[in-house]
Ligand binder design. Sequence first.
Ligand SMILES: Cc1cc2nc3c(=O)[nH]c(=O)nc-3n(C[C@H](O)[C@H](O)[C@H](O)COP(=O)(O)OP(=O)(O)OC[C@H]3O[C@@H](n4cnc5c(N)ncnc54)[C@H](O)[C@@H]3O)c2cc1C
Length: 867
Amino acid sequence: MNKPPSVPEHFDAVVVGAGFAGLYMLYRLRELGLSVRAFDSAADVGGTWYWNRYPGARCDIPTTDYAYTFDPDLEKEWTWSEKYATQPEILDYLRLVADRHSLRSDIEFSAAVTSARWDEQEERWAITTSSGQEIRCRYYIMATGCLSMPKSSEIEGAGRFGGQVYFTSRWPHEGADFTGQRVAVIGTGSSGIQSIPLIARQASQLTVFQRTANFSIPAHNGPPSADRLKRLDEDRDEYRHAARWSRGGIPTDLTDVFGMTASEAVRRERFEAAWAQGELFGILNVFADQGFNPASNDIVATMIREKIRSTVKDPGTAEALSPKDHYFGTKRPCLDSGYFETFNLPHVRLVDLRTQPIVSITEEGIETADESFGFDAIVYATGFDAMTGALVAADITGRDGWSLKEKWAAGPSTYLGLMTAGFPNLFMLTAPGSPSVLSNMAVSIEQHVDWVAGCLKDMREAGFETIEPTALAESGWDQHVQDCAAITLYPTASSWYMGANVPGKPRVFLPYIGGVDAYRKACDDVVEQDYLGFRMTGPGRARCHDGVVRRMQPDVALVLELLATLGLPPMDTLSAADARALMAATAATRPPGPEVGEVMDGVIPVPAGDLPYRLYRPAGLPEGPHPLVVYFHGGGWVLGNLDSDDPLCRDLCARSGAVVVSVNYRHAPEDRYPAAALDAFAAVQWVDANAIELGGIPGQLAVAGWSAGANIAAVACQLARDAGGPHISGQLLICPVVDSDLTRPSYQDNGDGYILTTALMRWFWDHYADPADRGDPLAAPLRGNLEGLPPTCIVTADFDPLRDEGVAYARALEAAGVPARLTRARGHIHTSLTMVDVVISGAPVRAEIGEALRTFFPNAVPQEPVS
Ligand SMILES: Cc1cc2nc3c(=O)[nH]c(=O)nc-3n(C[C@H](O)[C@H](O)[C@H](O)COP(=O)(O)OP(=O)(O)OC[C@H]3O[C@@H](n4cnc5c(N)ncnc54)[C@H](O)[C@@H]3O)c2cc1C
């Protein structure tokens, strides 16, 4: 373009990248009246679709959906020729967009941005390009792509090969002709899987070198989906709206069929329908639980492997092509057109690098541990340094001389995947922490760009010139991104989502898996709360509403959302009988909890009558005896029974290796204070006296309880101490009621909206105890003498009205010289730890609980905890 000027040029904004994201960003910034210069190292617009010209390159999101929506006239004028368009057609589309909006005049092509430095004095970015230009701008926007930085080859001797070398991501514009050639393709990710069938048509010999077998389903390409076209024709706005508020950026009816509970016929029917549809979000939605339940995932994976075996004739090749080292979906699945069939051709061969690794590339070809191969051409389909590669490739220096590379050395950190602290006015589109590669990126990109444009507009109107996330907001978002990933199977795979394909790259789950809808809502919430977590400054002014936008565990939030849709009456408006019936009905459909060795019911004779109990014995050897845990269920002294906490008791038993004896006690209002507490103490005495008969180790007895059950467990400990026995090795109090003061801050913070409400707690107390009795240590153990009590583990949940009294009990116990361990269930509510196999994020907390229980019994026979 122009000769480099000797003085820096000034722009309001610089955009790097002229793909889907950069083009739309440029359009929106111009619309705001800002002066903008864009750069791309490519010679034209298109980004991904400029570079990836390999044979068979196509999108894998239906073209009805993989398109801009900001230009209604373009939507009307453009028609896609195929369900999944080829690279040339998508590139034509992006060129048309650039032409329609005259975007090229503000883009400098074949120019890479090599460095960007934040000038603290000027509050401007100082940018240099590969052509030596210097630019100053206030806003610096990296639309550099998440799959734009090819991964460098790690293979020994790669430069030595004397034949033709091709990279799928840097394919020559004139194409490649493999007619009559011996060709090697290295890599079987999406690009390999798309190109291999077409290369096989020309090559005289094709050898495919596979490191990881990948799941792929047939694309069934053809004309665009009639169903989707019909829905678009009927109501385009509604369809686009549904896409924007969908999980993946495509309108999809999320199934509520769980793989584990579906019949064989339903499983097969759902799978075959998804297979026939040939859409990624369809095959990822066969079962509601396939993304987090290994057994459910395995049903889908097994059916795909069956398809591979029935397609590929050579059993050895079929076996090697069948993915077995990762759960389906945890690496990006591929859509193919005749990929597996290609291996039935006589001139196509698969080399499994797991059994026959490449030793080096030679001048003539490739040498593996067992063989030497001669080739005329080698095609590298080895993927990308995804999501972070292009961002850290440019030398970006923020405040205090800190580079982005240094900041992200241990893994990227962003707020909303859009900005990062220490780098004011630097926006990133589809960065780590955004749904990006897990979504239809056209939808995500439009959302990101709209958000950034809206933000700049709001800043201007409010007189601000810089914006930067706070450390608190950013670490909160990073945590949320990891929390969302942790409840899925995704982090278990060595995938590029985890950075695992690039040697030395930190293993961090990069994209936001909470969904396009949840992400959009979080971004909107940030704006609504005066740009929560951002600091903005302008001439003579600054504003910062600091905070964390998502503190709740994502699966807890989903449970609350689901409950809200059921429209259940508040418990505190019901009679005790109706509340019990409602609780039993909601418990009936939940998962059963883990298997244990034995479950048996019995009764405990106490002075007031027989108390039913249920005993859970750990599975496996040694058969016992085991330590004993006497457990009391929750339910505000009014609700609950042996069934209500059954999954939790199984979980405690399996994790601790102890025999758990869950005791039902008398309930209010039929039997009011102190009946429940006295029953608890009597039950502990009986279990201690009958330890041997129950399969327990005499003297190795702990008590445990949840909520009001923890209340009577705590009281039983105080009574046992006062009575001189039985000896109690430890008490586990999960979200306990230990006081009757309903004014603590946690009641203010969490008294409404998180299942256990202040109103419900009041209802429980009213049923259980007269106001005059509520301060008595038998009702409020926090107010009793705490000296000489057994070692204690207290679990509190962030969004629990009872949180602060639990903390107060732990502190008071410590002050009284009692070893007290406080476990904080981050992002949880009062009930979520009991929701075994529903609230997956509760599992690590219950693992800590199991560990705490084991420490109560140091002399017990060691038990294998469940993993
Ligand atoms: C083969 C392939 C198929 C895909 N199919 C789909 C699909 O079907 N659906 C889907 O949602 N997503 C798909 N993707 C993801 C795809 O990357 C996005 O959909 C989308 O095209 C990304 O647009 P972008 O503008 O963010 O980035 P890109 O299109 O990657 O553009 C980034 C641009 O920035 C330029 N750049 C980077 N760094 C610099 C620098 N320092 N200086 C100057 N220029 C720079 C690059 O040259 C590039 O042109 C696919 C990706 C690949 C590789």
